[in-house]
Design a protein around this ligand. Structure first.
Ligand code: M6R
Length: 366
């Protein structure tokens, strides 16, 4: 039941601290992540992996895009990410000792499953699924599984499934990085300590709900919106845009902020809302200069920042200050205000939030 919530999506957004906690439950042991976290794996499973291919659809694909940053940084293994409907019709070149990863909430997405079946005929040595449903086709057909513990997700929009997928990818990067010796004990310790704080930080991030609800009123009557991010926040901008279009029917696009001047900046005028995902991180200066380019064209700016980020403000700028958090957790936590924004915009637009038109929760046909 929806309990005190108006929609399942809203309930599921609010369940995230608990689902993140569940995804960690029994898996953290001091600085170690228990090997049982990956069903079927042992201490040698990931030792000699030379490359990784991630395949998924929709929001799960966006999780994969974030996962690539973490996997390359923490394991030193070259990683590619592709949407399943494209992967399955391409003649991919597969190097020896490659790992094939699928990501899926349902474990039944037709294109993702077909890609896994294809991968097993290709040269992959191992297949792993990151999945929320025990006993699903993807889980049954993969060599290894890392279960996200989001619990049942009813709303068509993926919310708690996405954030637990991200956490699972971070955990997987730690496991692989440890096995192949890429990650120092110090770095491992630092990340595990950050991960421990994640559920309570998610709670803190949810407290921006009221402010976002007020902000979303400005989106009423809007037909377009851009989301900007850089680095690991670029896929989060893509996800913010997908969520907004999916449930509020406002046309939205996510862009890597540095790509704007190669075309999309032509879209910007005084009526265009531009949401900038701007946590304080190593790319902040670069992002700020992109924000100034957009500001100069008169865009209505919505800057989702963390406490320490300093960005100029003016009459066209709405600033949302979010709690400080460890840099490694920023993609997970900055997702929450974007989910809330799309939720409130959908409510204002009067759409069927949990069951948007033309969409199914699980896409089991090609
Ligand atoms: O069950 P899956 O994770 O494989 O589903 C993939 C996509 O269909 C799904 O993430 C879709 O994009 C969501 N409705 C987005 O909110």
């Amino acid at each position: 039941s929806k309990g005190k919530f108006r929609h399942f999506m809203q309930k599921e957004i609010y369940e995230q601290p608990q689902s993140l906690r569940n995804t960690l439950l029994g898996r953290l042991n001091g600085d170690d992540i228990s090997l049982e976290t990956v069903v079927g794996a042992d201490e040698n499973t990931f030792r000699d992996i030379s490359s990784i291919q991630i395949v998924a659809c929709g929001t799960s694909y966006h999780a994969g895009l974030v996962g690539r940053y973490w996997l390359e940084e923490l394991t030193g293994i070259s990683t590619n990410v592709e949407i399943a409907s494209e992967y399955r019709y391409r003649k991919a070149v597969v190097r020896d000792n490659s790992l094939f990863i699928t990501i899926s909430q349902s474990g039944e997405t037709a294109d993702t499953l077909a890609s896994l079946r294809l991968a097993k005929e290709q040269n992959y040595t191992k297949t792993l699924s990151i999945c929320n449903v025990n006993g699903s086709s993807l889980v049954r057909e993969s060599d290894f599984t890392l279960f996200t513990k989001a619990g049942a997700e009813i709303g068509v929009a993926s919310t708690k499934a996405f954030t637990t997928q991200l956490l699972s990818l971070l955990i997987l990067a730690l496991i692989i990085g440890k096995q192949n010796g890429s990650i120092s004990a110090e770095k491992n310790h630092e990340i595990v300590e950050a991960i421990r704080k994640l559920p309570s930080l998610a709670e803190e991030f949810l407290s921006c709900d009221k402010t976002i609800s007020e902000l979303s009123e400005q989106f009423s009557g809007k037909h377009h919106c851009l989301f900007l991010g850089r680095g690991v926040m670029y896929p989060i901008a893509l996800e913010g845009a997908l969520k907004l279009k999916e449930i509020s029917y406002i046309h939205a696009e996510g862009y890597a902020a540095g790509e704007l001047k190669h075309g999309p900046i032509a879209l910007i005028d005084k009526r265009m809302p531009v949401v900038v995902v701007a946590p304080d991180n190593s790319l902040m200066d670069k992002l700020i200069s992109n924000v100034e380019e957009v500001r100069a064209r008169g865009a209505q700016l919505y800057i989702f920042k963390s406490g320490t980020t300093v960005i100029k403000s003016d009459g066209q700028t709405n600033m949302l200050s979010l709690p400080d958090c460890p840099e490694i957790l920023q993609p997970i936590l900055f997702t929450i205000p974007l989910q809330l924004l799309s939720y409130h915009c959908a409510v204002i637009n009067g759409t069927d939030v949990d069951q948007p038109r033309n969409l199914a929760k699980s896409v089991t046909v090609e």
